[in-house]
Design a protein around this ligand. Structure first.
Ligand SMILES: Nc1ncnc2c1ncn2[C@@H]1O[C@H](COP(=O)(O)OP(=O)(O)O)[C@@H](O)[C@H]1O
Ligand SMILES: [Mg+2]
Length: 230
C-alpha cells in the first residue's frame, strides 16, 4: 500500500462510516457547514455514487427491486464505482489541497461485504487497494451504534433499500464489523458513540477533525483558520 505517496497529497481526506441510521448524513452536513464557516470549502460526497456512473451503480446496488446477486458480484460492483469515484472526484480534489468528506468509502465494503457478508477480508483489501490506488482516508469516523433498536426507531418511516432489508443477524455483524475495523486500523479509525445526542456527536467529530487538520498544517488557533504551510 503506497501510503507514503498518498501522504504527499496536500488535501485532507475524511470518511464517515457506520450502519444505516447511525447519523452519517446528519453529521456530514453539520461538519460541512462548520468547515465552510472556517473558510475551508470542503468537497462533500458519498459512496457509492459521487459520479454519474457511480450513481447508476448505486441504483443497481441499493434499489429494493434490484435483482439478487452474489455477494462477490456486489463487491466487484462497489469496486468499480469506487475506482471511478477516486480517480474523478477524490484524488483531483486532494491534489488541489481541498478537504474531502465522504459518507462511506472502502471500509463500508470491508464491513458489509467482508466482515458481515463473508467475502474474505484479504480479497476485499486487495480489491480496495486496486480500486483506490492505495488511497486511504486520513481520518475515518465510525458512528458506533450498540443496539439495532436505536436504528429501527430512527428509520421506522424510511423505505428500506436492498441492503437495509437484510436480516437482523447481518446488521448485527455490520455493527460488530465496524468495531473490528477500528481495532485493525487504529492509526486512522476513531469510533464515536452514534447513540448520543446529535450536538454531542457533532462536537466529538469536530474535535477529531480539528486534530487531523492541525496535523496536516491548517492553523486552527485563530478565527481565520488559514492554511499555514501549504
Ligand atoms: N444522534 C442522533 N440522535 C437521534 N437521532 C438521530 C441522530 N443522528 C441522526 N438521527 C436521525 O436518524 C435518522 C437517520 O440519520 P442519518 O443521518 O440519515 O443516518 P445515516 O446517514 O447514517 O443513515 C434521521 O432521521 C436523523 O435525523
Ligand atoms: Mg446517509
Amino acid at each position: 500500500m503506497p501510503r507514503s505517496i498518498e501522504r504527499a497529497l496536500p488535501g485532507v481526506f475524511i470518511s464517515l462510516e457506520g450502519c444505516d441510521g447511525s447519523g452519517k448524513s446528519t453529521q456530514l452536513s453539520r461538519l460541512s457547514r462548520k468547515l465552510g464557516t472556517a473558510g475551508l470549502n470542503p468537497l462533500v460526497t458519498r459512496e457509492p455514487g459521487g459520479t454519474p456512473f457511480g450513481e447508476r451503480i448505486r441504483q443497481l446496488l441499493l434499489d429494493p427491486d434490484s435483482p439478487d446477486r452474489s455477494i462477490l458480484s456486489e463487491t466487484l460492483l462497489y469496486a468499480a464505482a469506487r475506482c471511478e469515484f477516486v480517480s474523478k472526484i477524490v484524488r483531483p480534489a486532494l491534489v488541489q489541497g481541498r478537504v474531502v468528506i465522504t459518507e462511506r468509502y472502502a471500509d463500508s465494503t470491508w464491513v458489509y461485504q467482508g466482515y458481515a457478508g463473508g467475502v474474505p477480508l484479504s480479497t476485499i483489501e486487495t480489491l480496495n487497494a486496486i480500486a483506490t490506488g492505495g488511497l486511504e482516508p486520513d481520518l475515518t469516523l465510525v458512528l458506533d451504534i450498540g443496539r439495532q433498536e436505536v436504528v429501527d426507531e430512527r428509520l421506522a418511516s424510511k423505505r428500506k433499500d436492498k441492503i437495509e432489508s437484510r436480516s437482523d443477524e447481518y446488521h448485527q455483524k455490520v455493527r460488530e464489523g465496524y468495531r473490528e475495523l477500528a481495532k485493525r486500523f487504529p492509526h486512522r479509525v476513531v469510533c464515536i458513540d452514534g447513540g448520543l445526542d446529535v450536538c454531542v456527536v457533532e462536537a466529538m467529530i469536530w474535535k477529531e477533525v480539528v486534530n487531523i487538520l492541525s496535523k496536516k498544517g491548517y492553523d486552527f488557533t485563530d478565527e481565520k483558520r488559514g492554511r499555514e504551510s501549504l
